[in-house]
Design a protein around this ligand. Structure first.
Ligand code: TGC
Ligand code: FAD
Length: 393
C-alpha cells in the first residue's frame, strides 16, 4: 500500500511552486525508502538511526534556509515547512532531530554568530557531519527559561561555565551544544560548547514513553573552560533564544500536520477495507463523522500553515502568529491520531500501524517548544496586551 497519499482537499498544491513540490517529493521518497522501514524497530529500542544523518543533509533537512555561502541550500520558509511535514509524517523524533539542527543550532549561529563561527560550524552542520543540540531548559526552569541558573564568569582569557540543562534533544550524540547561560550581570548569552571540553558531559535520559526514536539527554557543565571566541556576539537577552524558538515552532506547525496526514490516510484506507456487520466500517455515519472532521481540521491547518509560510518568507510573521499555528496544529494532530486509532479498533494499538506511535510522540510535541497552555497564554497576551504568565503569591 502507498503510505503517502496526500490529503489536499482545497488544492493547496496549486499554491506551491514546482521547486516546492520537488523538494517535498524528494523528502517524501527518501523518508519512505530510508526511514519508514526501520522506524518501528528504532522506536521500540529507543535508538536514533545514526546512519541516516548524511541522508537528512542531502535532502536539505539541515538548515534549509541557510545561505549557500555557508553550505546550506538557501530555500524559502515554505520549503522548510514541507520538509518538516514529510519527516514528521514518518515520526516526530525524526523531525525533532532536523528541527533542532536547523532552527536551534544553525539558526542562532547564522543570525548571531561571528563570521568565523559561521564558517567553522555551518557547512558541517548542513551535511550532518557535525550534529548540534540546544540547551535552554533546566531541571527547575522549563516554561520560564528567564529563571535559568546556568552561568558563566569572565576569567580573562576564557569563560568558566557551570550549571545543567535537561530534556535536550540530540544531546547524547551532539558534537556541539548551543547553550544559553547568564553572565555575571544576569544577562543571557549563547555559547557554543564542544564535546570534549573538560567538565562537559551529556548523559542520556532513559524511560521516555514518547519520542523514543529521538535521543534526549542532559547537559552538565562543571567548571567548563569555554574559549571567548565561542560566545555568540550578535545578540543577548532572552529574545535571542526565543527567536530561535520562533523558527523551530514554525517547523513544528508543519511537522504536526504531516503526522495528522499520515493518521488520516491510514484511517480512510482502513475504513474502506475493514468490514463489520457485513459492510465496510466507512459506511457507518459515526466513522464518516470522524473522517470528515479529520479532513476539515487538516485543511484548516494547511491554510493556516501556508499563510504563515508566506508571512515568514516576507519577514512579517509575528511570534504570536507562530504560537497559534504550533498550538493549533499539534492539538489537531493529537486528536486525529486518537480518532484514527479508534477507527482501527484493536489493530490500532499495534506497531503495525503508526497512529499509536504518533499519538505518544505528539505528547512530547504538545509540551516542548512551549506547552499547549503557554501558547494559549501567548495568544491571550497578544490580544489583550496583558501577560498572564506570573501572579503574585
Ligand atoms: P518576555 O519578557 O515576554 O520576553 C523577553 C524578551 O524576549 C522578547 N521575546 C521574543 N523575541 C523573539 N521571539 C519571541 N518569540 C519572543 N518572545 C518574547 C521580548 O520582546 C523581550 O525582549 P526584551 O528586549 O524586551 O528583553 O519573556 P518572559 O520571561 O515573560 O517569557 C515569555 C514566555 C513564557 C512566552 C517564554 O518564556 C516562553 O516562550 N516560554 C516557553 C519556553 C519554551 O518554549 N522552551 C522551549 C525549549 S527548546 C525545546 O523545547 C526544543 S524541543 C525541540 C525538538 O526536539 O524539536
Ligand atoms: P513546566 O514548565 O514545569 O510546566 C508544567 C505544567 O505547568 C505545564 O502544563 C505547563 O503548561 C504549566 N505551566 C507552567 N507555567 C504556567 C503558567 N504561567 N500558566 C499556566 N500554566 C503553566 N528543551 C530544550 O531547551 N532543548 C531541547 O532540545 C528540548 N527537547 C525536548 C525534548 C523532549 C522529548 C521534551 C519532553 C522536552 C524537551 N525540551 C527541550 C524541554 C521542553 O521545552 C520543556 O519540557 C517545556 O518547555 C516545558 O517545561 P517543563 O517540562 O519544565 O514543564
Amino acid at each position: 500500500t502507498d503510505l503517502y497519499t496526500h490529503p489536499d482537499y482545497f488544492n493547496m498544491d496549486d499554491l506551491l511552486t514546482d521547486e516546492h513540490k520537488l523538494i517535498r517529493d524528494t523528502a517524501r521518497a527518501w523518508v519512505k525508502k530510508e526511514v519508514s522501514p526501520i522506524i518501528d524497530e528504532h522506536y521500540e529500542n529507543a535508538t536514533f538511526p545514526m546512519h541516516i544523518l548524511s541522508g537528512l543533509g542531502e535532502i536539505g533537512a539541515f538548515g534549509p534556509y541557510i545561505p549557500t555561502k555557508y553550505g546550506g541550500p538557501e530555500l524559502d520558509q515554505i520549503s522548510y515547512g514541507l520538509i518538516m511535514q514529510e519527516l514528521e509524517r514518518c515520526d516526530s523524533g525524526l523531525r525533532s532531530t532536523a528541527s533542532v539542527q536547523s532552527s536551534l543550532v544553525m539558526y542562532p549561529i547564522w543570525k548571531y554568530g561571528s563570521e568565523e563561527q559561521k564558517m567553522k560550524y555551518l557547512p558541517k552542520l548542513a551535511t550532518g557531519e557535525m550534529i548540534g543540540c540546544f540547551g535552554l531548559t533546566e531541571p527547575d526552569h522549563g516554561s520560564n527559561p528567564a529563571g535559568m541558573i546556568t552561568n558563566f564568569k569572565d576569567m580573562g582569557d576564557h569563560y568558566l561555565l557551570n550549571g545543567a540543562k535537561m530534556w535536550i534533544s540530540n544531546a547524547p550524540f551532539a558534537d556541539i551544544a548551543v547553550v544559553w547561560a547568564k553572565n555575571e550581570e544576569g544577562r543571557i548569552h549563547g555559547l557554543v560548547v564542544e564535546r570534549g571540553m573538560e567538565g562537559f558531559s551529556t548523559p542520556e535520559m532513559h524511560g521516555k514513553l514518547s519520542l523514543r526514536a529521538s535521543a534526549t539527554g542532559e547537559l552538565i557543565f562543571e567548571n567548563v573552560k569555554v574559549p571567548k571566541e565561542n560566545l555568540l556576539p550578535g545578540r543577548s537577552g532572552l529574545g535571542a533564544p526565543l527567536s530561535c524558538l520562533d523558527s523551530a515552532r514554525f517547523g513544528i506547525a508543519w511537522g504536526a500536520l504531516g503526522a495528522a496526514m499520515d493518521c488520516y490516510d491510514q484511517a480512510l484506507r482502513y475504513s474502506k477495507e475493514r468490514t463489520q456487520f457485513n459492510v465496510p466500517i466507512g459506511s457507518f455515519q459515526l466513522i464518516q463523522k470522524k473522517l470528515a472532521e479529520m479532513i476539515t481540521e487538516i485543511t484548516k491547518a494547511q491554510l493556516l500553515t501556508f499563510r504563515l509560510g508566506q508571512l515568514r518568507n516576507e519577514g512579517k510573521a509575528t511570534s504570536a502568529q507562530i504560537s497559534m499555528a504550533k498550538r493549533n496544529n499539534v492539538e489537531i494532530a493529537l486528536n486525529i491520531a486518537r480518532e484514527a486509532r479508534q477507527i482501527h479498533g484493536g489493530m490500532g494499538i499495534t506497531s503495525e500501524y503508526s497512529m499509536m506511535r504518533h499519538m505518544a510522540n505528539l505528547e512530547s510535541v504538545v509540551t516542548y517548544e512551549g506547552t499547549h497552555d503557554i501558547h494559549l497564554l501567548i495568544t491571550g497576551m497578544d490580544v489583550t496586551g496583558i501577560p498572564a504568565f506570573t501572579r503574585e503569591m
